[in-house]
Ligand binder design. Structure first.
Ligand SMILES: [Zn+2]
Ligand SMILES: [Zn+2]
Length: 255
C-alpha cells in the first residue's frame, strides 16, 4: 500500500504545509482521507489524477479538513467525472446538502453518495481494496479516527483528537499510526495533541504498530520538531517521524 501525505498542516497557513489530506493507493481506486484547503493542488503535485478519486473519507467537518471537498467535486465535474462517494461522521449529509444549497448550480450536475459511519462498524469501500473502521475522537465537534485495512497493510489515521485509549486499541496490529500532533511540548491544549500527551498515552497503552507519523502540525511546532521526536522516541525509539507534504510511504503488511 502506498500512502501519500498531501497536506500535513492546519487552519493557519505556513510554508510547505497545506491543510489535511492523505491518499491511500492499493493499486486499485485511491482513497482520500480528508480534503482541506490546498489538497486538490497537492493531488496534482503528487502525480495523481483528481478524477480518479471516487471515495473520500472525512474525519470531521472542520474547515481545514473539508475546504477543498466541493472544489474537488467541481474539478471532477468540469472534467466529466460526476460521481463521488463520501464517508464521514454524523452530520456529513446535512453539511453537504447545505453546501449544495449555497452552490445550487452544481446540485443536478453531480451524483454524491453520502455514508454517515457508525463507530465500531466495518465498511468495505468498493473498488479501493480498503475496509475502514472507526472510533470517536476527542475533539470539539463529532470526529472519527479511522483504521484502514488492506491486503497489503493497515494504517490508523486519528484526524483531530486528544490521545485516547480507544485509538491505541484501534492501532493494535496496524502497520502504521498517523497521529495528529498539533502543538509543541509544554503547550497546553485540549481537543488536540502535544508530544507530552502522546508520550503519556504511549506509556500506558503502547500500540502494537510498527511506526508512528506525526501530522496536523501548527506553525507553533516549527523549531520544536526534534524536541518532540526526542520525547516520543523514549517510547517508540526511531520509529516515530514527522510527516511532510508529498511524503510517500510504502506500508508493508507485518509478517
Ligand atoms: Zn478539527
Ligand atoms: Zn484540523
Amino acid at each position: 500500500m502506498k500512502l501519500t501525505f498531501l497536506g500535513t498542516g492546519v487552519a493557519i497557513p505556513q510554508a510547505n504545509r497545506v491543510q489535511s489530506g492523505i491518499l491511500i493507493d492499493t493499486g486499485r481506486k485511491p482513497l482520500l482521507l480528508d480534503c482541506g484547503s490546498g489538497v486538490l493542488n497537492r493531488i496534482n503535485d503528487s502525480g495523481n489524477d483528481h478524477t480518479s478519486i471516487e471515495h473520500v473519507v472525512l474525519t470531521h467537518l472542520h474547515l481545514d479538513h473539508v475546504s477543498d471537498l466541493l472544489c474537488l467535486i467541481k474539478a471532477n465535474w468540469l472534467c466529466g467525472k460526476t460521481d463521488i462517494s463520501l464517508y464521514g461522521p454524523a452530520g456529513t449529509e446535512s453539511y453537504l446538502n447545505k453546501l449544495l444549497d449555497a452552490y445550487s448550480y452544481m446540485k443536478d450536475k453531480v451524483d454524491i453518495q453520502i455514508n454517515e459511519l457508525i463507530p465500531g462498524k466495518s465498511y468495505i469501500i468498493e473498488d479501493t481494496g480498503c475496509t475502514i473502521n472507526s472510533v470517536r475522537g476527542i475533539h470539539s465537534v463529532p470526529s472519527l479516527s479511522y483504521r484502514v485495512d488492506t491486503d497489503s497493510g493497515s494504517v490508523v489515521y486519528t484526524g483531530d483528537t486528544e490521545p485516547s485509549t480507544s485509538i491505541m486499541q484501534l492501532s493494535n496490529g496496524a502497520d502504521c499510526l498517523i497521529h495528529e500532533c498539533s502543538f509543541p511540548p509544554g503547550f497546553e491544549t485540549t481537543n488536540h495533541t502535544n508530544p507530552d500527551m502522546l508520550a503519556e498515552m504511549l506509556d500506558s497503552n503502547p500500540p502494537g504498530c510498527n511506526e508512528i507519523y506525526l501530522t496536523h502540525l501548527y506553525p507553533h511546532m516549527q523549531g520544536h520538531e526534534n524536541e518532540s521526536l526526542e520525547i516520543l522516541r523514549k517510547h517508540f525509539h526511531d520509529r516515530v517521524k514527522i510527516a511532510e507534504d508529498l511524503m510517500e510511504i510504502i506500508i508493508k503488511k507485518k509478517k
